[in-house]
Design a protein around this ligand. Sequence first.
Ligand SMILES: Nc1ncnc2c1ncn2[C@@H]1O[C@H](COP(=O)(O)OP(=O)(O)O)[C@@H](O)[C@H]1O
Ligand SMILES: [Mg+2]
Length: 381
Amino acid sequence: MADVVLDKICKTFGTEFHAIKDLSLTIRDGEFLILVGPSGCGKSTALRMIAGLEEISSGTLSIGGENVVDLSPKDRNIAMVFQSYALYPHMTVFDNIAFSMKLAGKSKDERTKRVNEIAKTLQLTKVLGSKPAELSGGQRQRVAMGRAMVREPAAFLMDEPLSNLDAKLRVQMRAEIVSLQRQLAVTTIYVTHDQTEALTMGDRVAVLKGGVLQQVDTPKILYSKPVNAFVAGFIGSPSMNLFQGRLEKGCVVLPTFSLPLSAEAFARSPGLTAFEGRTVLFGIRPEDLHDSKLASGAMHPTIPATVKSIEELGSEWIVHLNIDAVRVDSGDPDAVEELSSAANAVAKFEATSHARAGERIDVAIDVAKLHFFDPESHLAL
Ligand SMILES: Nc1ncnc2c1ncn2[C@@H]1O[C@H](COP(=O)(O)OP(=O)(O)O)[C@@H](O)[C@H]1O
Ligand SMILES: [Mg+2]
């Protein structure tokens, strides 16, 4: 077991392209850290540098207090679980798990003892004699975990290990990996592009964009206090709605309506007062927009909106709206895809709502839940 410390790590491909810029991050002993960000932001590159599969251009990396920059992958004492878990098809589950012990020259007794222990933890005892082709997707994933565990690594590195599984199995394996990680208490760095996975699995989540670390914190803090508009838009589903407005006399003023802000809003965003008379970006999560006709919306200020479409998801509705405001791009490509055509806002309404597609309605905004950002730097105020 060990902590993993990245200090100002950079990765350049060729002379121009900076895939990772000044990445500093401490993953504590036994911690489950999720590295999340859109496709191409440098997650795999960062993980591969930690594993030693990719050279570090500059900066230092230590595992368990030891500088490992010059160590080969096999001397770093870490185990990697990839997206394609490539098991040896002609070998049994037992032999797949025991393979690295065999290579390391461990005795047969030692191998049997260790593999049996691991199989018990992973609930693979009954299939130790089976070949990978006879296993379910979830079992194969567990065998891949077993192969990593058998080496008793100081840290696990996982690169989107669940992305090949179907949705149902993915949810199940998520829970299995979390409970296994708790049980083993081995430092784990888990890469995903899926913000739901990030929020539900990790002790802490590090958000990466364009090779630059944006924020690292608990899922709760990332959700409630995003440091910038990108994190605000990336974490949460559907994404936070982001608009432009002017701050005037304690109100956010838009072309056809204005929202009075409470003292609480100013207390939550200490930088806000300095923007009096200026443009600000403000964000509101879909669950903080309500149907004004329902009890949940009754006490909040309202804005007029047109209902573009409704996705009825049982207990709640995802309501695509058009409001008279300039929507701002948070920088997350997926956030744009969530909007149906002509909609510029997404709300979550309770299923008791009477809203219908095509209607003009009043949408209640819980103004105490607004997030404010600097329109230039996109930093939270
Ligand atoms: N060997 C390489 N040579 C040049 N560019 C690379 C190489 N590996 C990755 N990249 C680039 O670095 C960026 C980050 O890639 P990657 O770490 O795979 O992203 P992610 O895992 O977040 O999707 C991408 O723009 C990718 O094209
Ligand atoms: Mg990747």
